[in-house]
Design a binder for this molecule. Structure first.
Ligand code: SF4
Length: 539
């Protein structure tokens, strides 16, 4: 289904060239929705394993982080806004004892950035057991699920969280009272529409589930004394787990002291996210058996054949453009060089820059190596163009550093459509690829960013570089062909309106009140005892 069948196309944006002194705002990069991690490993420090697993997945979400641990008798959840390294320290990790853990790093695609919306979420059954859950992806029938939850809920307080993940947790907990979590999941999961990789646990069992389309990656790994599930293979490597296989689309895994069991809640219809190969996943991850790094190098090789240009040096926009630039240089014979140095940590801080600092724009993130750039005809390879602000600022900065020509090459086709499956692209009107019309698109974008030439890799070449059949991929942000139908009411804040009419049982409300892990009762959500209240006031 194309989204223009649902809504009228947005009007094209207007891009005015900047004068020489105007600071150009640096746009946010496309943001992944979340990373998930789970471990079942008696005798291991599962909280610390999960901490390092989340560290490896930090690029998938930088707004909040959390870990839930079960010792067989109770589940303790510790979560807060911030990076993994900001949320956890030795003291907090040492308070999380058990043999099962799940972890989550969050960037919001449904619901606001609040402590309540951090994950893992928690739900209690009416018999006093608990379910903690982490979700990567985005559901497209959240309103329907919220209505279903409302019809089950007795009078009580309003839900504190406003995420699709929280609704799923509460529905699972409500059903698990009668049937247990495994059966509850087999009943509920076929009714979830959209993209989801779930890790969840009760007091005794770790579960992992992946939507029938397998939009987001989820893999299974083996430890000497246990099992790991993670969003990316790189997280397995970092905790010393060996890769076993991908969790299959439509599969539910249950792992406990009796071992691993697999069930299928829906027939598989793979539609893996093509943009994971371009930008989202780590280069040291493998997806569907294909190295993300090798894919990006191959994209660059193919890109070198598009609109060939005479140049002195190929430079990447670090870091996501680096493998494609290496491939471009190898195929074109133009020497590869580093023309830009990235300040890797800026943008991942809660400290708001002053106006003086903000004026620096892209220089906060990238600094040119003037001695390398001066007098050169450059090919600059980047992974994608969203609004175009970054490339516009980049081209200007390279010219100011002495480049005599700047040829921009993009390792993906033009981004023209929003993603409803968990990536936070702007609206159609804000995507610069929609600025022109038809064949003039590329030329109008070239003018807007001030490059001498501009070229993208084709969709066919991108798909070929991934070594996946196109029929097994989602390409919607490039083509508008959405493999999972999109209801009209879908939107990031859909639940904040719905929440007013949903009244869950009082005992399921997550209040965010700080509490000591040691004071937790069986199956209770334990608020972060170190800074949870403070986190609500952070920018
Ligand atoms: S729309 Fe784009 S970013 Fe979203 S799942 Fe599909 S390919 Fe990935």
């Amino acid at each position: 289904m194309r989204s223009d069948e649902l809504t009228a196309p947005d009007s094209a944006p207007v891009y005015a060239p900047a004068n020489d002194h105007e600071p150009i705002p640096v746009e946010a990069e496309p943001r992944e929705e979340c990373g998930v991690f789970g471990v079942f490993a008696p005798g291991e420090d599962v909280a610390k394993l999960t901490y390092y697993g989340l560290y490896a997945l930090q690029h998938r979400g930088q707004e909040a982080a959390g870990i839930a641990v079960s010792d067989g008798a109770q589940i303790v959840v510790f979560k807060d806004l911030g990076l993994v390294s900001q949320v956890f320290d030795e003291q907090s990790l040492s308070s999380l004892h058990g043999h099962i853990a799940i972890g989550h790093t969050r960037y919001s695609t449904t619901g606001s950035t609040t402590w309540e919306n951090a994950q893992p979420t928690f739900g209690s059954t009416s018999v006093g057991t608990g379910i903690a859950l982490g979700h990567n992806g985005n559901l497209v029938n959240t309103a329907e699920l919220a209505a279903r939850l409302a019809s089950r809920a007795s009078a009580g307080t309003q839900p504190a969280a406003t995420t699709d993940s929280d609704i799923v947790t509460r529905l699972l907990a409500a059903t698990a009272t009668d049937t247990g979590p495994a059966e509850a999941a087999m009943t509920l999961l076929p009714d979830l529409a959209g993209a989801f990789c779930l890790v969840f646990c009760d007091e005794n069992t770790l579960y992992a589930a992946r939507d029938r389309n397998g939009v987001r990656p989820l893999v299974l790994g083996r430890l000497e004394r246990g099992w790991v599930v993670a969003s990316e293979t790189a997280a397995l490597d970092i905790v010393g787990a060996s890769f076993v296989r991908e969790v299959e689309p439509g599969e539910l895994l249950a792992i406990d002291e009796d071992g691993l069991r697999s069930s299928h809640f829906a027939p598989a219809n793979p539609k893996g996210c093509l943009f994971e190969y371009v930008y989202l996943a780590r280069p040291d991850t493998h997806i569907a058996g294909r190295s993300v790094y090798a894919t990006r190098v191959e994209i660059g090789r193919r890109l070198a054949a598009v609109d060939r240009v005479e140049a002195d040096m190929v430079i990447p926009t670090p870091d996501s453009g680096t493998p494609a630039a290496i491939g471009y240089a190898a195929a074109s014979g133009i020497p590869y060089g580093q023309g830009l140095v990235k300040n890797a940590y800026v943008g991942r801080t809660f400290i708001q820059p002053s106006q003086t600092i903000r004026q620096l724009g892209i220089r906060l993130k990238l600094n040119p190596l003037r001695d390398v750039i001066r007098g050169k005809r450059l090919v600059v390879v980047d992974d994608s163009i969203v609004r175009g602000n970054t490339q516009r600022a980049l081209v200007r900065m390279l010219r100011e550093a002495g480049a005599v020509e700047v040829h921009v090459r993009i390792a993906s086709p033009p981004l023209r459509w929003p993603c409803f499956y968990g990536i936070d692209f702007p609206s159609r009107a804000e995507l610069i690829a929609n600025a022109g019309a038809g064949e003039e698109d590329i030329e109008s974008v070239r003018r807007a960013i001030g490059a001498d030439t501009l070229a993208h890799v084709s969709l066919a070449d991108l798909v070929a570089a991934s070594e996946q059949p196109r029929t097994r991929l989602c390409t919607a942000c490039f083509t508008g062909d959405y493999p999972i139908p999109i209801p009209e009411q879908v939107g990031k804040h859909v639940l904040e309106g719905i929440a007013r009419s949903v009244e869950p049982p009082a005992d399921q409300a997550v209040t965010g009140t700080p509490a000591s892990p040691s004071s937790s009762g069986r199956g209770q959500t334990v608020g972060a005892s170190y800074g949870a209240a403070d986190s609500l006031r952070r920018p």
